[in-house]
Design a protein around this ligand. Structure first.
Ligand SMILES: [Mn+2]
Length: 434
């Protein structure tokens, strides 16, 4: 199924082989960091020089002294910028391509994107699994299938289609293993349950509740999650499912964490969930280089990475605890208007998936003149938030869009209340058509 994508990937490989030095510009999230690492490692194995720059977005024309520019996890949506690059360019991206790229002079642009190969780039191929296809054309890089897991999980994609082919290769070559178990972090059970946000079990700062929960399950909390017996895992899984349903979680989250556990046999962090979260936290903490070093198996940075992740997790949990008190209810939505909060998306994701899964959830974060909006729903709620964000934002002089269950907007700060009212109205119209 990846034949057409491979044709473009082999053209990319040809350009890379021709260059003596390569400059990779990549996104700062887990998919960006891991795809950048896959490409950099594959390039370095050909004894070529490489540079990596992490970006929040492609806002200006990237400049470099290297022979070739690679844009990773970005580029497909910015034909005007790509068309101004004064070098040969390889794009390795999975975002929907927009417009037409017109290379300067006789420069060559190779565009490796699942959408252009008739494949699904939303759930079935991310930048890092696409980057693996390019790496695969450059030599034997089967070990990098494990690195691509960080992008697949980080972008909340599924292990189906193209991703599944990449993972299968990893399984076959022994770099990835899938075991029965729970998709929880590794570590001491008590701490894992308390700090977990996927799933969010609402035990943070609630020691007594956690003690009682552990007592019922018949565990002390001092156990290492990875060495629990099958029977203990079964008891723990049942108790967690019950807890999730009681606290209002969306049922779909249950199948995500029960059943399979992905192990990365040769990576610094074997637990795929922890591996992904550590890299993601490094990106969010503007420490992309540390995430990159972990993908490159540089042990010196492992402890730093763990510390960044733990700090990130605790800050997120503190923020969730604080903001929960401030949630308001519209007719058909729940919403939160915050000022200068450290993040918007992660709060909206956790609260909408694990506590308030019955209505669309809108988080507005006002920062100076503008406000950033993140909205979340699940397949059980029949709304299209991408459309809602688009229409409501335009009405107040902003812009928005996205997927049906996860979308965002940027609006003028003084229009936050008007915007929320408009969103409520639009959601009601979709939920209760007259
Ligand atoms: Mn991505």
């Amino acid at each position: 199924m990846l034949d057409i994508l491979r044709i473009e990937a082999s053209k990319a490989a040809e350009l890379i082989r021709k260059a003596d030095s390569v400059h990779i510009f990549t996104h700062y999230d887990a998919d960006g960091i891991s795809s950048g690492a896959i490409l950099a490692i594959a390039v370095s194995r050909l004894n070529k020089q490489f540079h990596v720059t992490f970006l929040k977005g492609l806002n200006t024309v990237p400049e470099s002294d290297s022979d070739l520019i690679i844009l990773s996890d970005m580029g497909s949506g910015y034909p005007n910028i790509v068309s101004k690059i004064e070098k040969d360019v390889v794009i390795v991206d999975h975002h929907a391509p927009v417009g037409k790229i017109e290379p300067l002079n006789d420069n060559v642009v190779v565009h490796v994107n699942p959408h252009l190969a008739g494949l699904d780039g939303t759930y079935e191929l991310c930048a890092s699994s696409t980057a693996f296809i390019v790496a695969d054309c450059l030599g034997n890089n089967d070990d990098l299938t494990a690195v691509s897991i960080a992008g697949i999980l980080g972008d909340k994609q599924k292990i189906v289609g193209g991703n599944e082919e990449v993972v299968k290769r990893g399984l076959k070559s022994g770099y990835i293993e899938v075991k029965k178990g729970l998709n929880l972090h590794s570590g001491k059970l008590r701490e894992v349950l308390q700090l977990s946000t996927e799933p969010f079990l609402d035990f943070y700062g609630k020691d007594e509740e956690l003690d009682e929960f552990l007592k019922k399950v018949g565990l002390s909390g001092e156990e290492d999650v990875d060495s629990l017996s099958n029977d203990e895992i079964r008891r723990l899984a049942n108790a967690i499912i019950l807890k999730l349903l009681k606290q209002g979680a969306y049922e779909g989250v249950i199948e995500e964490f029960v059943g399979k556990k992905i192990i990365l046999k040769n990576e610094l962090i074997e637990n795929a969930v922890t591996y992904t979260d550590v890299i993601n936290a490094c990106g969010r903490a503007t420490a992309c280089g540390i995430g990159f070093a972990i993908c490159s198996k540089d042990e010196k940075f492992l402890e730093k990475g763990y510390n960044i992740w733990k700090k990130f997790q605790i800050e997120l949990l503190d923020e969730i605890t604080k903001r929960r008190e401030e949630i308001k209810e519209g007719e058909c939505i729940r919403y939160l208007i915050m000022e200068k909060a450290p993040s918007t998306g992660p709060i909206a994701t956790v609260l909408s998936r694990y506590i308030y899964s019955d209505k669309p959830f809108i988080a507005v974060n006002i920062k100076n003149d503008s406000a950033k909006v993140s909205s979340r729903a699940n397949p059980k709620i029949k709304v299209n938030l991408g459309e809602v964000m688009n229409v409501a934002a335009e009405k107040v002089g902003g812009r928005g869009g996205g997927h049906s269950v996860a979308a965002g907007a940027i609006i003028p700060a003084d229009k936050a209340e008007d915007f929320v009212k408009e969103v409520d109205k639009l959601c009601c119209a979709m939920l209760k058509p007259s």
